[in-house]
Design a protein around this ligand. Structure first.
Ligand code: ZN
Length: 133
């Protein structure tokens, strides 16, 4: 496995966009690697022997954003010791997590119950931050 800096810039950009949305309320320490031959992103917690892999080869654009967001949520954060049992990103006013969906060509976190759009993927963490004075 190679450093993430070896990954295509489009893949790096998607990781930088999506990952912060799941790093609230408290950040989880994660190791992110890139496997060039398999075009796969691998993520683990430091000291953990298990890795979760996301194949990025066939997808791009909004499909990549939504696919990666959904995978991060289901395969990484749902299993991570640092986020155990937490709904990430949490749906405001509900106990469940939001769901990653495409809407009019953009990736959104939506309420899975009423499909209300909560925030664009990449904007969720900023939603929780207090406005700068
Ligand atoms: Zn909801």
């Amino acid at each position: 496995m190679a450093a993430l800096s070896e990954a295509p810039s489009a893949v790096q950009a998607v990781i930088e966009l999506v990952l912060p949305d799941l790093q609230v309320p408290t950040p989880v320490d994660l190791v992110v690697r890139w496997e060039p031959d398999g075009e796969t992103v691998w993520i683990s917690e430091p000291g953990d022997t298990g890795w979760a892999g996301f194949y990025a080869g066939d997808t791009c654009g909004t499909d990549l954003v939504v696919g990666f967001a959904d995978w991060l949520q289901e395969q990484v954060f749902a299993e991570a010791g640092g986020a155990w049992g937490e709904a990430r990103p949490g749906c405001p006013g509900h106990p469940h997590p939001t769901a990653a969906r495409e809407f009019q060509g953009a990736g959104w976190w939506v309420c899975p119950r009423d499909m209300k759009r909560i925030a664009k993927i990449g904007d969720f963490a900023a939603l929780l931050r207090p406005a700068q004075a």
